[in-house]
Structures are given as C-alpha cells and as structure tokens.
Design a protein around this ligand. Structure first.
Ligand code: FES
Length: 70
C-alpha cells in the first residue's frame, strides 16, 4: 500500500526504515523523501512509525522473556 503518493513510498518501506532505527517522521523524510511534497501523508506515516515501534518493542520483550525462561 502506498502511504506517500507524491514520492511513491510504500508502507513496507516505512516499516523497514523504522526497523533499521528510524524513530521520527523527520528521519523518514531524509531517508525516503516521504511527506516532502503536499504533506497529506504525514499523519499516516507518523502512525505507522508508532505502530512499528510498538511492534518492535513487543518483539523485544518477548525475546527477552524467552531468554530468561531458557
Ligand atoms: S502524499 Fe506524501 S507528500 Fe504528498
């Protein structure tokens, strides 16, 4: 699914950037050019950042628990 039509940025590209360490919309603007034209995608991109960060934290917590149980 395209998040940023102006720059052709897809959801999976944003998720990948967050998984590689991006935590802010500004970082995504620099790496993917998302949101640098009309700005209509900003809210969606920010929500995607938050959602992906939450998923990453949950995965980290699960992994941490598995190591403690082993
Ligand atoms: S839709 Fe992303 S800048 Fe226009």
């Amino acid at each position: 699914m395209f998040v940023c039509i102006c720059k052709g940025v897809r959801e999976k590209q944003i998720r990948r950037e967050v998984q590689r360490g991006a935590t802010t919309f500004e970082e995504l603007q620099m790496s993917l050019d998302v949101g640098i034209c009309c700005g209509q995608c900003e809210e969606t991109a920010k929500a995607l950042i938050d959602e992906t960060l939450d998923q990453e934290r949950a995965l980290d917590a699960m992994t941490h628990c598995q190591y403690q149980q082993a």
